[in-house]
Design a protein around this ligand. Structure first.
Ligand SMILES: Nc1ncnc2c1ncn2[C@@H]1O[C@H](COP(=O)(O)OP(=O)(O)OP(=O)(O)O)[C@@H](O)[C@H]1O
Length: 317
């Protein structure tokens, strides 16, 4: 278990992490989400004793990282997969780590096999692709067979097969009763990997909750309706005080109504429908909704939105 209480980190004027309280429980994959610069890496670094908190406290299994005798046996982490000496082989890198934590040599072979690096284990790190580097970082995290694992952007640069492998690995580790804490910007990936979420924005914890609850609390479902007569249907729906967003000239999103209600309005007016379905909100929508005000670095313009599609709510009353 990872427990943060009042955890704070200031860099001069900048408060990177601001009185963060959260608990990462064993047996779950807990996603750590937040916009760029929100404080995720700083928080993870404080868990690992790489940054000293300016205030508050964070413990792993009830103890501070600095008090762990053989840290790799208690907590394994992938923070920066590139932090390996370029001339060192994967095997030697892992062997050094194992030696300094009293981990038997056979475990090095085991983890190399586990991450699928057997064929390149004796090659120098400088020739490793991004994906191979990520796998080596994961091997290092698993080396001490720890009860707590932290991964900062583990699927960065991985191909689809690698992403699927990491997803299953994290779920398996959690199913074994381990604590798995993982940060990622890939919402679709998090949605199918994590079952609990800690969300941070501008250093503050915005949510510490189950995946389903998070989506239900922060986004609403809508009805998608496709019709060649969308222009005629639109004012009829908006007149019912439902919010209607225009996706394109044939497609409307109706908020606040059920698919049955929308279908009935269309039928009452003899309007042909080509599609009618209830759309469940995604993790991405819920995340954007919650963190919209916490985004520090915005793009200059919202390019590429279809004409008429408005997040603010189209024609609704
Ligand atoms: N060593 C440092 N000195 C000064 N400011 C720092 C330092 N490390 C981080 N920061 C600042 O603290 C804030 C949080 O950074 P952090 O890297 O923890 O965010 P993050 O959520 O991991 O971001 P990203 O998703 O972009 O990786 C940022 O504003 C960053 O510029």
């Amino acid at each position: 278990m990872i427990q943060a209480r009042g955890l704070t980190k200031r860099y001069g004027e900048k408060t990177a992490v601001d009185h963060a309280d959260f608990t990462v429980e064993p047996g779950h994959v807990t996603g750590f989400l937040g916009p760029n610069g929100a404080g995720k890496s700083t928080t993870m670094r404080m868990v690992l004793g790489l940054d000293r908190p300016s205030g508050g406290d964070v413990t792993v299994g009830g103890r501070h990282y600095r008090d762990l005798g053989a840290p790799l046996r208690e907590v394994g982490a992938l923070l920066d997969a590139k932090a390996v000496h370029p001339g060192r082989s994967a095997y030697n890198h892992l062997r050094c780590l194992a030696q300094s934590n009293a981990i038997p040599r056979r475990r090095v072979d085991e983890v190399i096999g586990l991450v699928g690096l057997e064929s390149v284990a004796s090659k120098p790190f400088r020739g490793f692709s991004l994906g191979m580097g990520q796998r080596l970082g994961i091997a290092a995290a698993l080396l001490g067979d720890p009860a707590v694992l932290m991964f900062d952007e583990p699927v960065n640069g991985l191909d689809p097969e690698g992403i699927l492998w990491i997803r299953n690995l994290m779920k398996d580790l959690a199913a074994e009763g381990r604590t798995v804490f993982v940060s990622s910007h890939l919402m679709s990936e998090m949605a199918v990997t994590a079952d609990h979420l800690v969300v941070i924005g501008r250093g503050r914890i915005l949510a510490d909750t189950g995946m389903r609850e998070f989506i239900d609390d922060n986004a609403t479902s809508h009805v998608l309706v496709r019709s060649p007569e969308a222009a005629r249907l639109r004012p009829l729906l908006a007149g019912r005080s439902w919010r209607v967003d225009v996706e394109d000239e044939r497609t409307l999103q109706v908020h606040g109504a059920t698919a049955t209600e929308v279908g009935d309005v269309a039928a009452d007016h003899g309007i042909r429908l080509h599609e009618l379905c209830a759309v469940q909100p995604s993790l991405e929508e819920a995340f954007m909704q919650l963190t919209g005000d916490s985004v520090e670095y915005h793009a200059g313009a919202l390019a590429g939105l279809p004409p008429g599609l408005s997040r603010a709510g189209g024609d609704g009353a």
